[in-house]
Design a protein around this ligand. Sequence first.
Ligand code: PEP
Ligand code: MG
Length: 363
Amino acid sequence: EPKLDGNFERIMKIADGIRRLKVRTNADTPKDAQTARNFGAEGIGLCRTEHMFFGADRIDAVREMIIADNKMDREKALAKLLPMQREDFYQLFKIMDGLPVTIRLLDPPLHEFVPHTDEETKELAKRLNTDYERLRSKVKSLHEFNPMLGHRGCRLAITYPEIYQMQVRAIAEAAAQLMAEGKTLAPEIMIPLVATDKELDTLRGQAVAEVNKVQSEKNVKFEYTVGTMIELPRAAITADAIAEHADFFSFGTNDLTQTTLGLSRDDSGRFLGTYVSHGILPKDPFMSIDQVGVGSLVKMGVDLGRRTKPDLKVGVCGEHGGDPESIEFFHKVGLDYVSCSPFRVPIARLAAARAALIGKKIH
Ligand code: PEP
Ligand code: MG
């Protein structure tokens, strides 16, 4: 890690006095959260909980949950994950010490969780003590030709509500534990890949019910909010209806770029360079906000959301949240915060200040 000397602190302080945008970080480990705080992050804007499920001590329980044939088996596997998730959130909340923390509920590319080869399936069958042929056909039935447009994000929770129920319980129990230790915090629960207001209405209701349950079990009250990612064009276009059920929005510009331009975020790098060198696109749209495309949807989402709720808190947590030019755009359209990877936090603080200065000159 770079050493943060007095000059760094001085420059950052000047920038902080000028900027309007808050700067948060994307973090899902205590280490990243701590690094980001050292760099001046003012909260966590995105904790990708799927990253927490790959650990050697968890992946089997996760796979057990994914391949379960019924709710009871799924709940059995989820019960194993609950104490680990509670500890994950407890640690993050503790490090962030009252700063806002947005926990995004599971948004798994399912294919990453299931075994990829017959060998792996065989291994898993042995570890789970289950029939190989049965497991093999289950794994096959889960195959998707286009997982990024598949059974992902909130869709998975519409089919299997018990997954988010476990995560919301873990968040609420961790918060209750910290409250009992004399801390105050207000967790932000975020639902991914929402396309319709009905999805959010349904899942918000379930999340609120679970938090209330934990609060009365533990006899503790804490503030919390439930919001959504805006990362599909339909969500941006219907943001006024979605805002009815959201306490906050966070733009997922990675998926929003993928779905607006119809470009795979995983495979397009190899030809986007040619597009840029031919002047067909000014920049790689995954690196810098495409102002007339994805950017227009962001602006539309902000404006429509705030038509329903004038004080709606709005941020961005896609890669663009750490890109200086994009940050200037986010400042202009009135976002409250950007969230970026820990090491980009200082650049984001400077870029946010620069955006505020440019804004002053224009108006
Ligand atoms: C996004 O889509 O921009 C986002 C932040 O979510 P993820 O990258 O995890 O899909
Ligand atoms: Mg996304």
